[in-house]
Design a protein around this ligand. Structure first.
Ligand code: PGA
Length: 259
């Protein structure tokens, strides 16, 4: 696992965007796994800027988002489909045939989840998966105690997750209770994973993911099994890491290893 501790949250977002852009420059037809959440918004802002200035072309990529709320159709403003349209797909010119999310309004959400997992395989698998982390250690909507062998499926959200996401919904509107999320095993099949975490609210979950036991109690710890996982952190999110000096020696300021 590569642990990159960047000087601040802005440079962590930039580092994430840089790694994604380098990947797409090498593989213009890459299959990208995308994530929503407040942490990712600065990353998408950077990508939109690069698209506008002509230094990034995402028009040939295929994308699969991690998750979607059950019960929200794609035209609901808080659906992850609508959120991704606003944050990236419109600017990138990626149509719905290649910008994929589970359909939260599917009549049979379980069948939709199975079909989504199959669609990822049919596309050749995910080359690069972006991930956030919940303060409870979730990745996607794989809440604590999710099976480390789980596939894309329906998952009930914890109270903590619903409360954290309530800020995106109008007052009086209930945050959804269920999601369709890629499973942990689905995520681990991506050829590389990039997890971005900023802010001290994430510090305990980040430490558990990187240095804690491999455990369904912290779903992000499953990344310890991945041969190519990179954790990109700001100093606040890195606060509780015991081996912080080591990570900073290997990757000064979150940069490449000085070999
Ligand atoms: P956040 O969400 O970026 O809004 O904190 C991250 C996550 O829950 O994966």
């Amino acid at each position: 696992m590569r642990v990159l501790i960047c000087p601040d949250a802005a440079s962590a977002a930039r580092r994430t965007a840089d790694l994604l852009c380098e990947h797409v420059a090498r593989r213009p037809h890459a299959v990208l796994g995308l994530a929503t959440g407040g942490t990712m918004e600065p990353v998408y802002e950077i990508l939109r800027e690069r698209i506008a200035e002509g230094s990034l072309d995402l028009s040939s990529v295929t994308t699969f988002n991690l998750d979607e709320y059950v019960g929200l159709a794609g035209d609901h403003p808080q659906s992850y489909r609508a959120t991704m349209e606003r944050l990236l797909f419109e600017a990138a010119g990626i149509g719905p045939d290649r910008a994929r999310l589970p359909d939260g309004a599917a009549a049979d959400p379980a069948a939709e989840a199975d079909a989504y997992d199959a669609a990822i395989s049919e596309a050749g698998g995910i080359d690069l998966q972006l991930l956030g982390i919940g303060s409870n250690g979730h990745i996607g909507f794989n809440e604590p105690t999710s099976s480390l062998g789980s596939r894309t499926r329906i998952k009930t959200l914890t109270r903590e997750t619903r409360d954290a996401n309530a800020r995106f919904f109008d007052e009086g509107e209930e945050a959804p209770r269920f999601s369709i999320t890629m499973g942990i095993a689905t995520v681990l099949e991506a050829r590389s994973c990039l997890l971005l975490a900023t802010g001290e609210g994430k510090a305990p979950a980040v430490a558990a993911a990187i240095e804690g036991p491999l455990s369904a109690a912290c779903p992000a710890s499953a990344l310890q099994l991945h041969p190519s996982a990179t954790m990109i952190l700001d100093p606040d999110a890195a606060r509780d890491l015991k081996l912080r000096d080591y990570y900073e020696m290997v990757h000064p300021a979150g940069g490449e290893a000085p070999l």
